[in-house]
Design a protein around this ligand. Structure first.
Ligand code: NDP
Length: 295
């Protein structure tokens, strides 16, 4: 059996269309235009690319988009002062701190300073707590887990009672994905680097989510026939076939092998990745809508 390859670009485009319509409707009913502020510190090349594409996407959704570029030697106090000013700015509804921060800056105090109602990346402890409690009416769900869930629901409309195995327990991906699957009435097992017999555990999964950061770790014989496999991993590996020094992106799943067994699988690139930025736009629209409803 050849698995369906879930098209994350198509799903992301559908989310973005909904956000554009929602933003236009919000402006029409309240005069409030969603505003997203992205803060980037330092010159990390990959982060610069991500930030530029977030800014472009925000503008294409009809949002106000502001990017604050700070030098790598920015003091923590200056970063906290910028976040405080964005918290107080009524035209900004979402604040995104691009990670990683250059050393020695610690992201935690900065993330804690972002007002929970503007924490559209869902990273501060108030939103993590709300996600853990299932309080989705007030939470911001982190963008990658939220995007993974949209793809899972597209492949498995009835999640109740399914066994989901999540490999990875990070605060950014693994834990919130597990919380979302639990809230959707899956039976959830969270695996990590100390899990015994990981291949055997994975073979018991109806839904397998890999969020590990190890290239093509999940092999074909780790997957139950008919399972849905969601590959969150993004790993850059050498690609000598493309020429000397060339690289390519691969996920945590051996896509070719797993596609022979699974019912559906997300590719890398083009799976969960495009959903992340789409969910950031959706969260910003939600933040602006909640702000409009408070006034
Ligand atoms: P972390 O490094 O924070 O967490 C990795 C998790 O994988 C940990 O819980 C770790 O276990 C577990 N792990 C590591 N090795 C093994 C192993 N051999 N067997 C089982 N579990 C293992 O990574 P993130 O959660 O931040 O990211 C995971 C992947 O997702 C990365 O490839 C990242 O690039 C990608 N990513 C993709 C995004 C997207 O937009 N598509 C966004 C964010 C991340 P332990 O806790 O025991 O150490």
């Amino acid at each position: 059996m050849a698995a369906t390859v879930i098209d994350g670009k198509l799903a992301a485009a559908a989310v973005i269309e909904g956000v554009k319509a929602g933003a236009a409707a919000l402006v029409a009913r309240s005069g409030i235009r969603p505003g997203l502020a992205v803060v980037i510190v330092g010159e990390d090349a990959a982060s610069q690319v991500y930030v530029a594409s977030k800014g472009r996407m925000a503008e294409s959704c009809g949002f106000k988009s502001v990017t604050h570029r700070l030098p790598a030697d920015t003091a923590e106090a200056d970063l906290l002062a910028l976040v405080a000013s964005l918290n107080a700015d009524p035209t900004i509804h979402g604040i995104l701190l691009q990670l990683p921060l250059p050393k020695p800056l610690d992201p935690l105090p900065v993330i804690r300073t972002i007002a929970p109602e503007k924490d559209v990346d869902g990273l501060n402890e108030v939103n993590a707590g709300r996600v853990a409690l299932g309080d989705f009416g007030r939470a911001f769900v982190p963008c990658t887990p939220a995007g993974a869930m949209v793809l899972i629901r597209s492949a498995v409309p009835d999640l109740a009672g399914r066994h989901a195995v999540v490999i990875g327990r990070s605060n950014l991906v693994g834990k919130p994905v597990a919380a979302l699957l639990l809230a959707a009435d899956c039976t959830v097992t969270v695996a990590h680097s100390r899990t015994a017999d990981l291949p055997g555990l994975c073979r018991s999964a109806d839904i397998l989510v890999a969020a590990v950061g190890r290239p093509e770790m999940v092999k074909g014989d780790w997957v139950k026939p008919g399972a849905v496999v969601i590959d969150v991993g993004i790993n850059r590996v050498a690609a000598p076939d493309k020429g000397e020094g060339k690289t390519r992106l691969v996920g945590d799943v051996d896509l070719a092998a797993v596609a022979a067994t699974a019912a559906a699988v997300t590719p890398v690139p083009g799976g969960v990745g495009p959903m992340t930025i789409a969910m950031l736009m959706e969260n910003t629209l939600v933040a602006a809508t909640r702000a409009a409803d408070r006034t």
